[in-house]
Design a protein around this ligand. Structure first.
Ligand code: AMP
Ligand code: GLY
Length: 423
């Protein structure tokens, strides 16, 4: 089987790493990929957004399945375009990907199907929105549309909410995403990432995970794409797991079908586990990053078989097996991220990890130049390790981290602490 992976971050490296382990995979390509995956996949010099070029490549090279990593090409309709050309693809249609692309649409679907989520109102008029926040209740103000995960401002009271509205709707700090805002009730609890494969009729939950969104220890500072993740997430106990399946996945799958929306890919539910049970914060139409890294490390089943069954609507036949061991991923980022950061710093110590038995450093933003590894992005590496317990996996991951260094390297030192605090 020949596979094309679209994207070039840590998530895609983890997927490529896992796919390469399968005896079913012949040719494996990644477009555009990154320097760290050279041993596992052939890099293709086409950007993730160049849908027609990607389709031409897939047709020409006899690709049996294309796996789309990031959300932008999905929201732009890559799955529809591939299917029009008779090319098999793992990823939801453009209409279904609006679950991620439009927060207002996601809310509408949740309400329509009784899926638990924060109470909310949608506004496209600044004055109306201002009158609403005058109630002075804790809320979250969100710019609609994609704002690279940054379009959310948590507001304890009226003053903060008014400032957030001015930023988003008047000053347009998130651009056109500020045409419309969603104002939500502020939820209190612990977050978890819950992913499931969906094929239009059935779904198959994947192992649970927890992300660390803020840049600094103790969940301080601005939001990022994710600074680390671990799997499994003990906050998702058996009761919470059942609640997610019954109250979120079943009604969502049925609701998508009722609307005639084709969802063949992975659905990511960002959850807040509140005193009243799980509530959905957001849906994503793709694997979470970095969550995908520890999850791929724990997967024992054949990944291409699962992906192909999803794309062909045969999930009912499938099961996914996971090791009982825990996996922890620590993201190493460039100094300054998620704000401005420099690139081209020399990374020391990556070779020392070649002989590492308990983990692997997934590349997110690196490049190779004259025999040296250089930084080339905000999130640079995802150092991921397995252990018998969360504590031992964490120890192991930080041992890997300890071998790597570059000028300005930044990482959180408290990844998985919440899971360990639970005992
Ligand atoms: P979103 O992009 O909507 O998932 O929001 C990004 C982050 O903001 C989430 O991961 C939460 O940490 C936080 N957040 C969003 N909405 C709420 C809410 N209603 N209550 C509390 N925290 C929230
Ligand atoms: N780590 C969060 C996300 O992928 O959206």
């Amino acid at each position: 089987m020949n596979i094309l992976v679209v994207g070039g971050g840590g998530r895609e490296h983890a997927l490529v790493w896992k796919l390469r382990q399968s005896p079913r995979v012949d040719k494996l390509y990644c477009a555009p990929g990154n320097a760290g995956m050279r041993e596992q996949a052939e890099l293709v010099d086409i950007a993730a957004g160049e849908i027609d070029k990607l389709a031409d490549f897939a047709a020409r090279e006899g690709i049996d399945l294309t796996l789309v990593g990031p959300e932008q090409p999905l929201v732009a309709g890559i799955a529809d375009r591939f299917e029009e050309r008779g090319l098999k693809v793992f990823g939801p249609s453009r209409e279904a990907a609006r679950l991620e692309g439009s927060k207002a649409f996601a809310k509408e679907l949740m309400l329509e199907n009784g899926i638990p989520t924060a109470a909310c109102e949608v506004f496209s008029d600044l004055d109306e929105a201002r009158r609403y926040v005058a109630q002075d209740r804790p809320c979250a103000v969100k710019a609609d549309g994609l704002a690279a995960g940054k379009g959310v401002i948590l507001c304890p009271g009226r003053a903060e909410a008014e400032a957030a509205l001015d930023d988003i709707m008047a000053r347009r700090v998130f651009g056109a995403a500020g045409d419309q805002v969603v104002i939500e009730e502020l939820l209190v609890g612990e977050e978890a990432s819950f992913m499931a494969l969906m094929d239009g009729d059935d779904f198959l939950p994947l192992a649970t995970a927890q992300d660390h969104k803020r840049i600094f220890d103790g969940d301080e500072g601005p939001n990022t794409g994710g600074m680390g993740a671990y799997s499994p997430a003990p906050v998702v106990d058996a009761a919470v797991h059942d609640a997610v399946v019954e109250q979120v996945l079943k009604p969502l799958a049925a609701g998508l079908k009722r609307r005639g929306l084709v969802y063949r890919g992975v659905l990511y539910a960002g959850l807040m586990i509140t005193e009243d049970g799980p509530k959905v914060l957001e849906f994503n139409a793709r694997f979470g990053d970095p969550e995908c890294q520890p999850i791929m490390m724990r997967l024992e089943s054949d990944l291409p078989s699962l992906l192909l069954a999803t794309a062909e609507g045969r999930l009912r036949e499938m099961e996914a097996e996971w090791t009982d061991r825990a996996a922890v991923c620590v993201v190493l980022a460039s100094g300054g991220y998620p704000g401005e950061y420099g690139t081209g710093m020399e990374i020391e110590g990556l070779e020392a990890l070649d002989s590492w038995n308990n983990g692997y450093a997934f590349h997110a933003g690196t490049k190779r130049e004259g025999g040296r590894w250089l930084t080339a992005g905000g999130r640079v590496l995802g150092v991921t390790a397995l252990g018998d317990t969360i504590a031992s996996a964490t120890r192991e991951a930080y041992e890997g981290v300890g071998r790597i260094n570059w000028d300005g390297m930044h990482y959180r030192r408290d990844i998985a602490r919440r899971a360990m605090d639970r005992g």
